[in-house]
Design a binder for this molecule. Structure first.
Ligand SMILES: [Zn+2]
Length: 368
């Protein structure tokens, strides 16, 4: 009876308000990943939908490609690829990027932004009409090799790291690896990065950032190369990608009973499989987090110079810390708890209480 009375009228509104706010303020401790094919993923973090290397059709007759039905969903703003916020393309190779699909996806998702290297933009420019329609939403990114650039796109921070593509013949390929962060949760996608040149870009010290998920291409994912990912990225979850089907299955065998190789290893074997990963909010990857001196990294001067990897914005870190939110919530709840017994004693929930809920909330919100 008391509970029923308490949950009626204005008190019910207060209760619902608290519930909704505690959900919004504490955020969600998960990152959802849907496997498209090869290096292509839909990553969902706190309502942000990001496609990385997922808009493509061909796989050099070797790598997995999206089914035709998935290709249609990808470009037509249909679930799960509806209301895409951001499209990231690591480089212009056919197993990562198809210019027509990117254009159609952009045209049908009017709020989607695209971040990609200049070589991808050159390819898009071949269809001038469509390109002109979407160009205001395209962010071209061409950092010097072994350096990174930071972009804040809505809620999402992206460090685009220009890292070498494997193979002598691909030396001129502009390849980007992406460190993506939303509300302190962070994932790193290697694109087609060559781990064997790691000493040249070791100034990008991701391993100190407590990255939640690393998406590791074939060379990073091989059991014998596991030390590269450990040293460079050191993520909580490690997802192997860019493996032809037989190699994908044997990858699991190659790391079996060797938990020291990769922390929480995983590989998607079925296209369109979706998996939710636990994430931590106890960190903040910010603008300066992956700063690398632009003079480092050339052949004569490998990028080993100490970089201020964790010179982060402390205010951002504090505001993202959920314990502060608990204190905020208490500051909202306590004035209400003080008011509730008075309210029950009146016998009528329509009685006006001076200094009531609304004013209690506005006061405490001003103070918090
Ligand atoms: Zn490639």
């Amino acid at each position: 009876m008391i509970l029923q009375q308490w949950l009626s009228g204005r008190a019910k509104l207060v209760f619902i308000f608290i519930l909704i706010n505690s959900r919004i303020l504490s955020g969600n401790d998960s990152i959802s990943v849907t496997y498209i094919a090869n290096c292509g993923f839909l990553i969902e973090i706190d309502g942000q939908k990001i496609i990385v290397d997922g808009l493509f059709k061909l796989g050099h007759n070797h790598y997995p490609t999206p089914d035709t039905s998935t290709q249609k969903l990808l470009v037509s703003n249909k679930y799960p690829f509806d209301n895409i916020n951001l499209i990231l393309v690591s480089h212009a190779h056919e197993d990562h990027f198809d210019s027509e699909m990117v254009m159609n996806c952009m045209m049908n998702n009017p709020s989607a932004r695209l971040l990609c290297p200049a070589q991808v933009i050159d390819s898009l420019k071949k269809n001038r009409n469509v390109y002109n329609n979407i160009r205001s939403r395209i962010i071209g990114c061409n950092p010097d090799i072994y350096t990174s650039m930071y972009f804040q796109i809505g809620n999402t921070g992206v460090h685009a790291c220009r890292l070498p593509h494997p193979g002598e013949k691909y030396r001129e390929t502009q390849n980007l690896a992406f460190l993506i962060s939303v509300n302190g949760k962070a994932v790193f996608h290697t694109g087609d990065t060559d781990p064997f040149q790691l000493e040249k870009y070791s100034g990008i010290r991701l391993s100190e950032l407590k990255i939640d998920i690393a998406f590791l291409n074939e060379d990073f994912a091989k059991a014998e190369n596991a030390h590269f990912a450990g040293e460079f990225i050191s993520a909580t979850h490690n997802i192997a990608m860019h493996l032809p089907d037989p190699a994908a299955i044997s990858w699991l065998d190659s790391i079996k009973d060797k938990p020291y190789l990769f922390s929480n290893p995983y590989i998607f074997l079925n296209k369109m499989e979706k998996k939710v990963f636990n994430a931590s909010q106890e960190k903040a990857v910010t603008e300066q987090a992956v700063y690398v001196d632009s003079n480092t990294g050339d052949d004569n001067n490998p990028g080993t110079k100490e970089a201020p990897v964790f010179s982060i914005n402390k205010a951002a870190e504090i505001i993202r810390n959920r314990y502060l939110w608990i204190i905020c919530m208490l500051s909202l709840v306590l004035p209400v708890m003080k008011w509730v017994p008075k309210y029950l004693n009146t016998g009528s929930h329509k009685t006006h209480i001076p200094g009531s809920v609304n004013s209690a909330f506005s006061d405490s919100r001003q103070n918090s």
